[in-house]
Design a protein around this ligand. Sequence first.
Ligand code: UD1
Length: 398
Amino acid sequence: MPVGGVIGLLTGYWLHLNNPRDEQTSLLMSTMHIMTVVGARPQLVKAAVVSRAIANANRLAPSVTVQEEMIHTGQHYDYAMSQSFFEEMDIPKPAANLQVGSGRHGEVTGAMLAGLEREMLERRPDLVLVYGDTNSTLAGALAAVKLHIPVAHVEAGLRSFNMRAPEEVNRLLTDRIATYLFCPSAVSQAHLAREGRIEGVYVVGDVMYDAARYYAHKARPPQLEGPFVVASLHRAENTDDPQRLRRILSALEQAPMPVCLPLHPRTRRVIQEEGIKTNGTLQLYEPFSYFDMLGHLQQCQFVITDSGGLQKEAYYFGKKCVTVRDETEWTELVEVGINRVVGAEEAAILAAFEWALEPLPVLPRLYGSGLAGEAIIEVLTSCWQSSDRNSPSRYKAS
Ligand code: UD1
C-alpha cells in the first residue's frame, strides 16, 4: 500500500476515535447478558418462549442486544422429562448442566445453589431469569441475589396459600427477592400488592399461552380412538401419601371413557412400590413430549390433573379441568367455571366427571394476548437502556 494510503487509513481511524457521533452510537448500543436458569420440565416450555422472543428481538438490530446463556440444574434428567423438550421446541443448548438429579429438598436445592453460584461468578451475567416455582427457581434467585445480580421472575405473584407445598414456599421467597416480577394476570399482581410489592411488577400475560398458540399446529395426534380424558399426576401431596394416590386412581378407573395418564417418574415409582394395579379404563404411558401433550389436549373431552401448567393449558384448548388438589393458585380458572378443584376423595372426583361433560361456559381472556415473551424482553431491555451506567449492576434494586 502506498504511504499516502497508510496515512489516509490512520487519519480515518484517528477521526473515528475522536468523532463524538461514533462515541454516541457505541454508547447507545450495548449487550445485555442474561443467564436463564431451568431445571424442571415446565420451565423448558416457558424458556422456549422467551428464548425465541430474544432471538427475534436481536434480529431487529436493537440498541440493546441480549446475549442469553442457559444453565440447566439437572433437576429433571430423563430424556422424556428434559431433552425431548429441547429437541421439539428448538431450545438453545444449555451452556452448562449441573446434573444435580434427585434427592431431598434441602440436599438438591443446596447443590443447585452452590453450582449456580459458581456459574454466576464465572460468567458474570447482568441479570438472572427464573421461571415458576420449582427448587431450581428458588436456587437461581437466591444464588443471584447474594451476588447482587438482579433477578427477573416469570410467573410471579401466584399464591395457593398452602405453605406445606414446596412450590408455594419457592414462589413466595423468589418473589420477595426478585427485582422484576412478571405476572401472568391481574390476580397475581393483586397478591403482590397485598404483600406490599408494587415496584418492578409487570402484568405481561402467560408465557405458556404464547407456547400453546405458537406450537399448536405441531401437535401430534393421539393414538387413542374415540372420546378420552387426558390426566397427569405428580405433585408430592398426591404421591407421598399412597392411600390418597390409590383413591385418585380408583376414581379415574371409574371414568365414563378411557383415561390416558402419562406417568411422571415419581408417580410410576410409587405405583410400582405400592403394587397398585389399574384396569383397562386407566391407560398408563411414558411421559408425553410437549407435542404429544398438545395433541391430547386438543382432542380430549376434558382434563384431570394436579399440575399447575396443565390447568391453564386445558383452558387454552377450551377443555374443562378437574383439579385433584385441595387448592389452586390459578383461581381465575375456577371463577370463570372451567376448572373445579375437587381434592382427592373418590365421590367428589366422580361427581366432577359429570360436570366436566356439561357444555362450556362463555370464557373471558385471562392471561394476555400470547405476546408475554416479547413484553418481558421489551421491559428488560428498556430498563437496561435507561438504567444508570455507573451503578455496579446498572439496575437499581427496589
Ligand atoms: C417439580 C416441581 C413442580 C413441577 C414439576 C413438573 C419442585 C419442588 N417441584 O416436581 O413444581 O410441577 O417439577 O414436573 O421443584 N424423576 C425422575 N426423572 C426425572 C425427573 C424426576 O426419575 O427426569 C423422579 C425422581 O425420583 C425425583 C422425583 O421424580 O425424586 C420427583 O422429582 P422432583 O425434582 O422432586 O420434582 P417433581 O415432582 O418433578
